[in-house]
Design a protein around this ligand. Structure first.
Ligand code: UDP
Length: 307
């Protein structure tokens, strides 16, 4: 598992360990945190190696699967770390695919709804090729992941590696960093601290928010019984950013105000997954609604802010 100390990587480690697997986690801790895997210390089936996966990977013994989850993923992070983002999506994907090939292991790439860019098709099915600005600030993430998908398909077609590609839509839940810049964590932390909620633009842009447990379940199903074609995993319930702010204010009981800030360059106007393929091929659909997911995430951030 690369990105093992990250938000999604650490949840996936937990799930695979619970399912009875041994897990080797790698992370260079650029945006990940050891706190996310501290509870695994002393677990004899988990081993952590601090390593930058853009460099050669040396792993002894057999491997059943390689999960490539390393990458800055919050817009704030990948705008601050553009070269590292491009390198982990390109060189890191190459190295992890090489490892999967050498070990005859199944490979799963964590891709993203950002491959669709600022989409002109709504909701987004996997067959949509996207609308991406390669030279805009978000291009470093979008194009790295598009390259990673192309590289994964090349290893599948040319080398016969058994591969999976998950296109992850906005996901939230415990272990997001309080200051990682994403909208759910920003709003919850702002509401809990009594600070104004920062709506970028007029808040009419939309996103569809998936609770982390649902996402992890979809990824494990994809790994176990999916195919090489990309699969969207996300929650198709769509909300405007302003609606999200209202939910967070209500559920936290916060008296925070709301302020409008500049909209980031190339911020997608709308985003919602078409999850038909996940439903049909994996029998998967999300089960945790926004209200329940926000309650659990608010409880987590209350704890983090109290520590
Ligand atoms: N956003 C916002 N206020 C914030 C952070 C983000 O209004 O404090 C908006 C952002 O402009 C985008 C949406 O919320 O339209 C989702 O942003 P996020 O960074 O969570 O992820 P993205 O979907 O853009 O990758």
């Amino acid at each position: 598992m690369t990105g093992a100390a990250g938000f999604l990587g650490s949840h996936l480690c937990d799930r695979l360990l619970r399912d009875g697997h041994d897990v080797l986690g790698m992370d260079n801790l650029l945006t990940g945190s050891l706190a996310n895997i501290a509870h695994l210390e002393g677990n004899s089936r988990f081993r952590f190696v601090r390593h930058d996966v853009t460099n050669y990977l040396e792993v002894s013994g057999p491997l059943e699967g390689v999960f490539h989850f390393a990458s800055p993923a919050s817009p704030v992070d990948y705008l601050a770390l553009p070269i590292q983002t491009l390198k982990v999506g390109s060189l890191g994907t190459h190295k992890t695919l090489g490892l999967a090939k050498a070990k005859t292991a199944r490979f799963l790439l964590a891709s993203t709804s950002e491959v669709y860019g600022d989409p002109h098709v709504h909701p987004q099915p996997e067959s949509y090729w996207g609308h991406v600005n390669p030279v805009g600030p978000r291009g470093v993430y979008d194009e790295a992941k598009r390259f990673a998908e192309a590289m994964t398909m090349a290893y599948h077609r040319h080398h016969g590696v058994d591969t999976r590609i998950v296109r992850i839509f906005n996901t939230y839940g415990p272990r997001m960093r309080a200051r990682d810049g994403r909208v759910v964590s920003n709003f919850i932390v702002q509401a809990l601290k009594g600070e104004p909620l920062t709506i970028y633009g007029d808040g009419s842009q939309t996103r569809s928010f998936c609770y982390v447990d649902d996402l992890i379940d979809g990824i494990v199903r994809l790994f176990e019984r999916g195919g090489a074609e990309p699969v969207n995993i996300g929650n198709p319930d769509e909300f405007t950013v302003r609606q999200l702010a209202e939910h967070v204010l209500r559920l936290t009981g916060s008296g925070s105000s709301v302020v409008e800030c500049d909209l980031p360059v190339d911020d997608p106007r709308q985003r919602r997954p078409d999850i038909g393929r996940a439903r049909e091929t994996l029998g998967w659909q999300p089960t945790v609604g926004l209200e329940e997911g926000l309650r659990r995430t608010i409880a987590y951030f209350k704890q983090v802010l109290a520590d």
